[in-house]
Design a protein around this ligand. Structure first.
Ligand code: 11C
Length: 344
């Protein structure tokens, strides 16, 4: 009547949202197994009114599991996802471990659901800031063709985990009390220096690459091309962390392949697109914000404007809950799609 589901990383920010989403969307579950690293094993978690003890994830944990949702960091996925597949599970991996592997589909169901048919046991869930952007742009790509994307992000601290959200709260409290802010996590836990995020903006998400871009920026660039099946698409990204707890926002400049389009044309396409909600009425100050998008599954779009110089250019403001559509909800949607299309 249902599926045996494992959540790896059940105590983390995304793991918690995965459990909430499975419950809220009434996912057909026969049994749930909550797994984590040895550090968090033993934690008690409530799911559908019952208390579960989180167990340390080992290869044997996946015996009899149909669907394994991984969100415990890339090294855990690298080690245990193949073990889960060996035991017959289909893995939906929310880390960057397999995203660019040509054998692994990287899927946002509204955009490239058909790629699921090619899976070999592992399906990768894209980076949160990528997911909301491609969900917003795919309907426009289909309608008018797309040649360029330049995106600047305004990202929430929860993307860096519950410890980063805690760091923001503590720093804000300290600074309002006139004390010095203590920075130990952001911009990147393992990097050399740390800077306060409270009352600040940090133009670094993840570590710097040799080309001067951060890994988060390169994820947006490379993942977008793969998901949209558009290796020739020009994509550039600047990723910035802001003192927001939930929802990433993005200012997106696009160049379409058609001249003469008006905002109304884009509105019409976006209004009928799956998974996106248009909130765009400047005369009434209607536009999405991180707070208005938080705890919702959709991707919200506002501020659609024509570029003033390039007749093929448009600007959009795209906001979505980074832990829901950006992570947990997209993963559960992939699982739903696998069931619907008999791909388990
Ligand atoms: C952030 N986008 O906001 C990151 C979090 O590759 O899944 C997600 C990292 C990933 O920090």
């Amino acid at each position: 009547k249902g599926y045996h589901v494992a959540v790896v990383g059940a105590t983390g920010a995304v793991g918690q949202k995965m459990l909430e989403t499975l419950e809220k969307k009434n996912f057909p579950i026969e049994s749930i197994t909550l797994l984590s690293s040895s550090r968090s094993a033993g934690t008690k978690i409530n799911f559908k009114g019952e208390e579960y003890v989180v167990q340390e994830a080992t290869p044997e944990s996946f015996e009899g599991i149909h669907i394994a949702l991984f969100s415990a960091g890339g090294s855990v996925s690298k080690k245990l996802a193949p073990e889960a597949v060996k035991r017959g599970a289909v893995v939906i991996d929310n880390t960057s471990a397999y995203r660019m592997d040509p054998e692994v589909p990287l899927v946002v169901p509204e955009v490239n659901e058909e790629d699921l048919k090619k899976h070999n046991g592992i399906i990768a869930n894209p980076n949160c800031s990528t997911i909301q952007m491609v969900a917003a742009l795919k309907p426009l790509q289909d309608a008018y063709g797309l040649s360029r994307i330049i995106v600047s992000t305004y990202q929430a601290v929860s993307g860096a985990g519950t410890v980063a959200s805690e760091e923001l709260r503590n720093q804000a409290r300290d600074m309002l009390d006139g004390k010095e802010a203590n920075a130990e996590i952001l911009p990147v836990k393992g990097d050399k220096k740390h800077f306060p995020i409270a009352f600040n903006a940090l133009p670094q998400i993840d570590v710097f690459q040799e080309n001067g871009y951060t890994f988060e920026e390169m994820k947006m660039i490379n993942e977008t091309k793969k998901i949209m099946h558009a290796p020739e698409l020009h994509v550039s990204a600047t990723c910035v962390r802001l003192p927001i707890v939930t929802s990433h926002a993005e200012s997106v400049y696009i160049e379409l392949n058609q001249d003469g389009l008006e905002v109304a044309n884009l509105h019409k396409v976006l209004q009928s697109a799956e998974g996106v909600v248009l909130e765009d009425n400047p005369s009434e100050q209607v536009y999405p914000t991180p707070l208005s998008a938080a705890n919702k599954s959709d991707v919200f779009i506002g501020r659609v404007r024509k570029d003033l110089d390039n007749p093929k250019g448009f600007h959009l403001w795209v906001v979505s809950d980074n832990l829901l559509k950006g992570a947990a909800w997209n993963s559960v949607q992939i699982a739903e799609s696998l069931i619907k299309n008999n791909l388990l």
